[in-house]
Design a binder for this molecule. Structure first.
Ligand code: HPA
Length: 278
């Protein structure tokens, strides 16, 4: 029989160890916001006063990333006056990691003091009106990974067994994001993100299904992180950069990276603008 209590304690101890390693490398920055950058979206780092960095490989319990376009490091610094912790790169379930690893880094950031998550990703547009290069403010998500980082004994230190997911993408932060986008003259969409396991891109039949389900964009990240954040009582703001039309006949990772390279500076400007207000 699995000893649930012992397993929960081992997970909590691992989270504390990861948080300790991060704190030791923080250069004195106590982050209020955790910022996760998707493929090709590193531009936010250029808008940040960087204090210190730490490679994923130097955090206990943390696997190095395996995806091109992801630097794989933590960056401590300030966006304006706001102390932030940036993850340049993330862990994807399709890399073969257990969803628990997502819980580990989210909760380590929470232990360091982060009470808000700002998460970005590259996504395929499934709303037929969406064009590559557009920014979508995430209104809600659909978990199509068919797993959850909360599977297993509940981490009572962080949140309840059955967390509510209503308002997961904090309405007040979405309103603020809309206002700042307007101020900066950056047009944005607002829609639903479907998170899949990957790594294969969707078949046309799957895209049709995802449209029917009510999603506007599709990708292979974000959903696990947001679930852990909401469980731990964090506020969440999410953006998708639409890098391709998912229903398009041919696309691959190069196309995604090229589209994010072209449009990412705009999203970086928007995210940086919001971060200074958090
Ligand atoms: N599908 C899934 N994930 C993605 C896509 C896509 O079309 N584009 C970027 N990430």
């Amino acid at each position: 029989m699995i000893d649930m209590k012992a397993e929960a304690k081992a997970r909590f101890d691992a989270t504390v160890a990861a948080a300790d390693a991060l704190r030791a490398a923080s250069g004195g920055v106590t982050p209020r916001v955790l910022v996760i950058l998707g493929s090709g979206l590193d531009g936010v780092v250029g808008e940040t006063r960087v204090v210190s960095t730490l490679s994923f490989a130097d955090v206990p319990g943390f696997p190095p990333p395996t995806v091109e376009g992801h630097a794989g490091r933590f960056v401590f610094g300030y966006a304006g006056e706001t102390p932030i912790l940036i993850m340049q790169g993330r862990v994807h379930l399709y890399e073969g990691h257990s969803p628990e690893v997502v819980a580990l880094y989210m909760r380590a950031a929470r232990l360091l003091g982060a009470s808000t998550l700002v998460v970005t990703n590259a996504a395929g547009g499934v709303n037929p009106a969406y064009q590559p290069g557009e920014i979508m403010l995430i209104e809600d998500h659909i978990n199509l990974t068919f797993t959850s980082p909360l599977v297993g004994p509940n981490a009572d230190e962080f949140g309840p067994r059955f967390p509510a997911m209503v308002g997961a993408y904090t309405p007040e932060l979405r309103e603020r994001a809309r206002a700042i986008a307007t101020d900066l003259g950056i047009p944005i969409r607002e829609g639903v993100y479907a998170g899949l396991l990957g790594p294969a891109y969707e078949t046309p039949a799957e895209v049709a299904m995802i449209q029917t389900l009510g999603a506007d964009a599709v990708g292979m990240s974000t959903v696990p992180e947001v679930i852990v954040a909401v469980h731990a009582g964090m506020r969440v703001l999410g953006f998708s950069l639409v890098t391709n039309v998912a229903a398009g006949s041919v696309h691959g990772h190069e196309e995604v990276l090229a589209a994010s390279a072209a449009a990412a500076p705009t999203l970086a400007r928007l995210v940086a603008g919001i971060l200074t207000t958090l």
